[in-house]
Design a protein around this ligand. Structure first.
Ligand SMILES: *Cc1c(COP(=O)(O)O)cnc(C)c1O
Length: 375
């Protein structure tokens, strides 16, 4: 059996007719940039998220950059985020000459620790960037309280969690990315809502911020050829928008399939002392961008090699913490500063996770993992 980490072809084939039609409509119209397809997708996503404004852009990394520019963050401002994440957050903070302040994560949920955020706040702190890692919301209620108390912006990195819902203590549900001042997402092909190239979006309920961000993604321009602020060129093209409109209708089904696969994995592994299943946070639904195990006394490289020989890919997200990356070495941080992050980097392994996994494949994967760890 040959398993894929992500099965984009299988997912496409199920909706091929609709996707092909959507792409051809854009080609026929020749409205390749900022065409009606982009506006349509924007309002469909606003409805889906319950967000007042969605601003499409070129990718998730630029979504984060533009959000920080739109909030008027200035060189020297401190931005708190986690050391256990994809590089994009720290990268744009560095590019804008802001100061990244890293903090540790929670062992069970992999998400930023509110206690650690509070300890890292200084008079220079301006923003917190919680990353809803692997498809589950960070503790937004606690984070929003800290932000309010210290007058900080909250920029949600929702690149891995589109469609996930935060559940407030009063029972209210709200979509990931719509709780802080601004939310950012990516439509990279392998994300839960992926296009067939690069794409991203920024969400906000703040009218003034939306106006500012709309101008920044378009060269700092509101009236054509009059530039009021320094901007960038960051667009979602019309073909990608048409593909995303088609796929958005299936997003809840895709996320449901991922959750079913995760439930299957959980059931197979939950009683094995060598495998620690991902923790589920009671105040969030989980859309399982990744299914990530923590290994306990298992040789990780040998496990990955063993699975590889059986045609099962397994990946390490993420092998190196941000404070240990060559590009971001900083005298403020050293090995041992973020013990949970460092322990995760040494022990996590992610199994195949996508919307097309069937029971036969799941059985094969779980049997193979158990065969190795019980050897
Ligand atoms: C994918 C991802 C990004 C970047 O998105 P791109 O579209 O690839 O630029 C940022 N943050 C996280 C957590 C991601 O997973």
């Amino acid at each position: 059996m040959k398993i894929q980490m992500v099965d984009l072809k299988g997912q496409y084939l199920k909706i091929k007719t609709e996707i092909d039609k959507a792409i051809h409509e854009v080609i026929d119209s020749s409205a390749f940039i900022n065409g009606p397809a982009v506006k349509n997708f924007q309002s469909e996503l606003e409805n889906y998220l319950g967000a007042k404004h969605v601003i499409p852009c070129a990718n998730g990394t630029e979504a984060l950059q533009v959000a920080m520019m739109g909030l008027g963050l200035k060189p020297g401002d401190e931005v708190i985020s986690t050391s256990f994440t994809f590089v994009a957050t720290v990268e744009v903070v560095a590019l804008l000459k802001l100061t990244p302040v890293l903090v540790d994560v929670d062992w069970d949920t992999f998400n930023i620790s509110p206690e650690a955020i509070e300890k890292a706040i200084t008079p220079k702190t301006k923003a917190i960037v919680p990353v809803h890692l692997f498809g589950q919301c960070a503790d937004m209620e606690a984070i929003m309280q800290i932000a309010k108390k210290h007058n900080l912006y909250v920029i949600e990195d929702t690149c891995q969690a589109i469609g996930a819902e935060y559940i407030f203590k009063n029972g209210k549900h709200q979509k990931a990315g719509t709780i802080g001042n601004v939310g950012c997402t990516s439509f990279f092909p392998s994300k839960n809502l992926g296009c067939y190239g690069d794409g991203g979006a920024i969400f906000t309920n703040d009218d003034n911020l939306a106006k500012e961000i709309r101008s920044i993604v378009n060269h700092g321009m509101t009236v054509r050829y009059y530039h009021d602020t320094i901007g960038v060129n960051s667009r979602l093209d019309s073909i990608q928008a048409a593909i995303l409109s088609t796929k958005l209708k299936y997003l809840n089904n895709y996320n449901e399939s991922r959750k079913k696969a995760a439930d299957y994995y959980d059931k197979a592994f939950s009683n094995n002392p060598k495998l620690i299943i991902p923790g589920r946070f009671e105040n969030s639904t989980h859309v399982f961008h990744q299914y990530t195990l923590r290994l306990n006394g298992v040789d990780r490289s040998k496990l990955i090699e063993f699975l590889g020989e059986k045609g099962i890919p397994a990946m390490i997200y993420y092998p190196v913490a941000m404070h240990m990356q060559k590009a971001y070495i900083d005298p403020r941080y050293k090995e041992g500063d973020f013990p949970v992050t460092e322990k995760l980097c040494a022990s996590v392994v992610s199994l195949p996770m996508h919307s097309e996994l069937n029971e036969e494949q799941l059985k094969y994967i779980t049997d193979s993992v158990l065969e190795f760890v019980n050897k």
